[in-house]
Design a protein around this ligand. Structure first.
Ligand code: NAP
Length: 285
């Protein structure tokens, strides 16, 4: 009997309670299927981390558009993916140049209709210290690539997602240095320069994008992934004779970061991974 009697039938019998709404929780494999045939832009796919991310997304059946300046590197990656589900396109683009960014996203719209996912992975570490002479160009390069380029790509991707009412996903490849400035070893050259400032900005920008996506009523998600050191070319910039220590620090593999992307993009609709910090085992940063 209903507590207030309102569900009782007129002939005095009790009506069966309404069945609960059917909620089907898809498993991870099914949630990944939702991305099949969809378009992902991966910036900086010509190198270690972006290449590993692009590869996983292509394997998952996505159409991946790799935005970077070095076409030959992406072509090599494409050749290695001949037998997998999706496809990889090389779109030459310097993400610090607004015209390049607009042209790249325009090409993607004309060719595939638009963008469903953006992985903001392109980034640089420059060798210079903040206090070094003649460092102005390096300072700008770090900020223009790691912040302004990321923002311009995000703007173009969100415009495309919103225009087509797509529940898209923006992934920002951040860094552990976006949360903590590395403590220099006394007597050695500090590793940091402008890099942590640019990655702290990515941490703030991720939250600002999250708020804007809600304001736009977009249904899109944004995720920051912050790895510790990862094997790859970027480390050659900071790993010099002055900083032997980098060589001996534990490192992640690019594939570890790519798997984190897969995790973030396969969460249920009501879940958004906002920040994912990944440390190699034994890290002492
Ligand atoms: N490696 C690490 O230890 C580590 C740790 C944490 C986070 N991260 C972050 O992970 C991301 C990738 O790092 P990585 O180690 O793979 O770096 P990497 O080996 O130095 O590669 C950098 C990538 O960014 C692209 N790029 C740089 N400037 C660009 C520009 N102006 N326009 C377009 N693409 C540009 C490069 O492509 P082109 O040269 O072909 O244009 C390249 O594909 C970066 O955001 C980095 O900050 C790296």
């Amino acid at each position: 009997m209903a507590a207030n009697g309102s569900n009782g039938s007129s002939n005095g019998t009790t009506a069966a309670p309404a069945p609960p709404p059917i909620t089907v929780r898809l498993d991870v494999v099914d949630r990944m299927k939702r991305w099949e045939g969809k378009v992902a832009v991966v910036t900086g796919a010509s190198a270690a981390i972006g290449g590993a991310i692009a590869k996983e997304l292509v394997k998952a059946g996505m159409i991946v558009c790799a935005l970077s300046r070095r076409r030959d590197k992406v072509e090599k990656l494409r050749a290695s993916l001949f037998d997998v589900a999706g496809n990889l396109n090389c779109v030459e683009c310097d993400i610090t140049e607004e015209e390049d960014v607009k042209h790249a996203f325009g090409w993607i719209e004309n060719t595939y209709g638009g963008v469903d996912m953006l992985v903001n992975n392109a980034g640089v570490i420059t060798k210079c210290l903040l206090t070094e002479k003649n460092n102005t160009r390096d300072l700008y390069t770090t900020m223009e690539t790691n912040i302004i380029g990321l923002c311009m790509c995000t703007r173009e991707a969100v415009k495309s997602m919103k225009a087509r009412d797509v529940k898209g996903h923006i992934i920002n490849v951040n860094s552990i240095f976006g949360h903590k400035v590395h403590q220099a070893v006394p007597g050695t050259r500090p590793l940091n320069g402008m890099y942590p400032a640019s990655k702290y900005a990515v941490t703030a920008i991720t939250e600002c994008i999250r708020q804007e996506l809600i304001y736009l009523d977009s249904g899109c998600k944004v995720t920051s992934i912050s790895p510790g050191l990862v094997e790859g070319d970027i480390l050659s910039t900071v790993s010099s004779n002055e900083n032997e220590i980098v060589k001996y620090m534990p490192k992640l593999k690019p594939e570890d970061v790519a798997e984190a992307v897969l995790y973030a993009i396969t969460t249920p609709d009501n879940v958004q991974i906002h920040e994912l910090v990944i440390k190699p085992m034994g890290e002492f940063l």
